[in-house]
Ligand binder design. Structure first.
Ligand code: HEC
Length: 128
């Protein structure tokens, strides 16, 4: 199970924890620098994931908040995280935002729980 208890942990803290628990590892894997960067980025992001999402509630939210009006009932795409979902608004060409402006749709109000649910829904196996 993912450890999401890293709140407000700095890079130095993560580095020190990894260093300190090497002695507990039965097998210490060789990790290349690029792979270590990916692992650290993943662990770093875990602390910002917010509440646990529920895909069923996310499905409801996807309809209620108007996402389905553009994306259809099934939104098949890349795996998303709360951070990547937020980044879409600033993404390449800001197409989603542009489309919303053109259609006079304002960005729906979503709570942290709503975002977690929508992310869980978009990442659920039935969507892939
Ligand atoms: C006004 C139309 C519109 C609405 C409403 C809308 N989107 Fe989008 N969305 C887009 C467009 C356009 C893109 C960009 C598609 C592309 O680049 O191919 C996009 C991209 C995305 C992507 C990235 C897909 C990928 O695989 O790259 C996600 C995730 C997403 N939207 C989620 C949502 C969610 C969640 C909501 C509701 C809160 C929502 N969208 C509401 C039009 C919309």
């Amino acid at each position: 199970m993912a450890n999401t208890t890293l709140a407000n942990t700095t890079w130095m803290d993560i580095g020190a924890s990894m260093w300190n628990h090497v002695t507990l590892m039965r097998h210490v894997p060789q990790v290349s620098e690029p792979d270590m960067r990916k692992i650290l980025a993943y662990v770093w992001e875990l602390q910002y994931r917010g509440p646990q999402g529920n895909p069923k509630d996310g499905r409801k939210m996807f309809r209620q908040k108007g996402c389905a009006s553009c994306h259809g009932d099934r939104a098949i795409g890349k795996t998303v995280t709360p951070a990547s979902l937020a980044a879409i608004g600033w993404g390449e060409g800001r197409r989603m935002h542009q489309r919303m402006l053109e259609q006079g749709i304002s960005w729906p109000q979503l709570s942290a729980q709503d975002i977690a649910d929508v992310v869980a829904y978009l990442n659920s196996p039935s969507q892939k």
